[in-house]
Design a binder for this molecule. Structure first.
Ligand code: F6R
Length: 242
């Protein structure tokens, strides 16, 4: 992977937004793979601002999110549907019907996973996949042990992932234990991948991803098998790199 260590989170945001704008400018009908979580919040804010200022249009762009909680209706405030509408989709000219997330209410998650894979393929595949990284090295909700040949499917969330995201849920509500996520193989099919890592909490995961063996125990290490991965990180996230 190409590792870019930047001064701070603001610089990571600027560079990520620049790369997304570039793929949109270069690729008619660009297909974006999108992530949720805290790390890309500032990127969505920047893209909203640039769109409002008329510097960027998402007309004709298609998007596929990495993951969604199972058992949450799309309108639940902690669902990734709600997150994406609130942070991004409702503020830009991406057409309804051109953005996609896995169906967290699917009766048959295996069938829904298969349909998601087909939809990505029919869109021509993902031009640029945005990723965050979990403290345990997960990408999407592919927790340690996820096979590198995995596809969009139902997964159990690690206890540490549930704890890390518990604050998104209203008091007293138990976060879901399962999710639908793109698999490692799905992610590796993207033509280009941009992984964002900011803050000291991500330092160990970034080091394990880059310096350890390529092994399902560290899902993000699979990205070393891909020819076009850029890691944008701040100094804190880079602080454990050997
Ligand atoms: C989000 C996702 C996750 C997050 C990761 C980091 O769609 O798939 O892999 O990218 O859990 O989350 P934050 O950015 O909240 O630290």
């Amino acid at each position: 992977p190409e590792l870019t260590i930047l001064d701070d989170g603001d610089a990571v945001t600027s560079e990520a937004a620049r790369m997304i704008a570039a793929v949109i400018a270069d690729t008619p009908g660009a297909v974006l793979g999108l992530a949720t979580g805290r790390t890309p919040l500032a990127v969505y804010a920047r893209l909203r601002e640039d769109a409002a200022a008329g510097k960027l249009s998402f007309e004709g762009v298609r998007s596929f999110n990495l993951d969604e909680y199972l058992g949450l209706p799309p309108e639940h405030p902690a669902s990734y549907h709600s997150y994406m509408r609130r942070e991004f989709f409702d503020h830009v000219d991406l057409r309804a019907g051109d953005w996609h997330l896995p169906d967290g209410m699917a009766d048959d998650p295996a069938a829904a996973g298969g349909r998601y894979e087909v939809a990505i393929r029919q869109a021509g595949g993902i031009d640029l996949q945005l990723l965050g990284i979990g403290e345990n090295g997960h990408i999407g909700f592919n927790e340690p042990g996820a096979p590198f040949d995995s596809r969009t499917r139902k997964v159990a969330l690690a206890a540490s992932t549930i704890a890390a995201n518990a604050s998104e849920f209203p008091d007293g509500q138990t976060p879901p234990s399962h999710a639908l996520t793109m698999g490692i193989a799905t992610i590796l099919e993207a033509r280009r991948i941009v992984l964002l890592a900011t803050g000291s909490k991500k330092a160990k995961a970034l080091d394990a991803m880059l310096s350890g063996t390529i092994d399902p125990a560290v899902p993000a290490s699979a990205l070393r098998l891909h020819p076009a991965v850029t890691i944008l990180c701040d100094k804190e996230a880079a602080s454990c790199l050997q």
